[in-house]
Design a protein around this ligand. Structure first.
Ligand SMILES: C[S@@+](CC[C@H](N)C(=O)[O-])C[C@H]1O[C@@H](n2cnc3c(N)ncnc32)[C@H](O)[C@@H]1O
Length: 267
C-alpha cells in the first residue's frame, strides 16, 4: 500500500474506530493492516472501507488486531515475584492498603493478578484497583471477572484456581471477594483525564505500540498521577530511558519510582 493510500486509510479508521492511529507505531500498523487484508481476503483499502461500513464484527476484529489485547495472568512471572516480595511490601510499609491502576487492563487478567497479590500480602481489603481499557468487549469481560477458558488460566496454580475462582460451564470466573476492591472504566490513554494519588500504576505492554513522543507524554502523565514515591510497573520488554526517566528513580526490574518533588526556591 503506498503512503498516500495508507494515510487516507489511517484518517478514515481514526474516524470509524475513534482511535488516533497516528499515535501508534506506523510500521507496525502498516504490517497489521496488510495481514488483516490478507486474512479477510480484502483486495485493497477501498474494499476495506466499504466492508467496514456494512460489517460491525469486521470493525471489531480490525480494532482488536490493531490494538492487540493479548494478555495473561501474572504475565512475566519474575516481575510479579519482585512485585510481591519487594515492591508491594515497600509500598505497604506505612499503610495497610493501596490505590492501584491497571491501565490497559484488557480482559482483566492483570487487575485480578494484582488483587491476588494484594490478598497474599493481607492487603486486599481496603485497597482499590482501577482497571481501564478503551476496548468495550475486553472491559466487559474484565468487569465480570471472566469467564476464562482453561487455556486462559495459565499463570494460575491449581490451588489458586480453587481459592480465587468459581468453575462454571463457560470456564472460570473470579470470586466476588477478588473483584470487590476493583472498579472498571472505559478510558482512552491518549485522550482522557487521569485520576491521581496512585501508589502503583501497572501499564504493561501498551506503550510499546506508541510512537516515541506519544509514549514520553504518556509517561509524564503517569508520573503526575502517581503520588510521590508511587511506582510505575511496565512490561518486561519495555524500559524508561532518556527523557522518559525524568521524574523517576529506577528501582530495578520493570519498576520505576516517582521522585519526591524537588523544592524550587523562587528568586
Ligand atoms: C497487549 S494488551 C496488554 C494487557 C495487559 N496490560 C498485559 O500486559 O497483559 C494492550 C491493551 O491496551 C489497550 N489499549 C491500546 N491502546 C489504548 C489506548 N489508547 N487507551 C486505552 N487502552 C488502550 C488495548 O485495548 C489492550 O487491551
Amino acid at each position: 500500500m503506498d503512503d498516500i493510500t495508507f494515510a487516507r486509510l489511517t484518517s478514515h479508521l481514526t474516524k470509524v474506530l475513534g482511535l488516533d492511529l497516528t499515535a501508534y507505531k506506523q510500521q507496525q500498523m502498516r504490517r497489521r493492516v496488510g495481514t488483516f487484508l490478507g486474512k479477510h481476503n480484502i483486495a485493497n483499502a477501498d474494499e476495506l472501507i466499504r466492508r467496514l461500513e456494512a460489517d460491525k464484527d469486521l470493525l471489531q476484529a480490525l480494532r482488536d488486531m490493531l490494538t492487540i489485547n493479548v494478555t495473561e495472568f501474572f504475565r512475566d512471572g519474575a516481575q510479579w515475584e519482585l512485585l510481591e516480595k519487594q515492591v508491594m511490601p515497600h509500598l505497604l510499609a506505612n499503610k495497610s492498603s493501596l490505590k492501584i491502576w491497571s491501565a490497559g487492563c484488557s480482559r482483566g487478567q492483570e487487575p485480578i493478578s494484582l488483587a491476588i497479590t494484594l490478598d497474599r500480602l493481607g492487603a486486599l481489603r481496603g485497597s482499590r484497583i482501577l482497571g481501564t481499557d478503551f476496548d468495550h468487549a475486553s472491559l466487559a469481560k474484565a468487569r465480570a471477572g471472566g469467564p476464562y477458558a482453561s487455556f486462559e488460566m495459565g499463570g494460575i496454580t491449581p490451588d489458586d484456581r480453587g481459592r480465587y475462582f468459581n468453575e462454571g460451564p463457560q470456564g472460570f470466573t473470579a470470586k466476588p471477594n477478588v473483584l470487590a476492591s476493583s472498579r472498571f472504566a472505559e478510558l482512552n490513554l491518549l485522550r482522557d483525564r487521569f485520576d491521581t494519588g496512585f501508589d502503583l500504576i501497572a501499564c504493561r505492554n501498551v506503550m510499546i505500540y506508541f510512537e516515541g513522543q506519544v509514549k514520553t507524554d504518556l509517561v509524564r502523565r503517569f508520573q503526575q498521577s502517581l503520588r510521590p514515591g508511587g511506582v510505575l510497573f511496565i512490561g518486561a520488554t519495555e524500559a524508561l530511558l532518556g527523557a522518559d526517566l525524568e521524574g523517576f528513580d529506577r528501582m530495578g526490574g520493570n519498576f520505576y519510582r516517582r521522585n519526591t518533588e524537588a523544592m524550587r526556591l523562587s528568586a
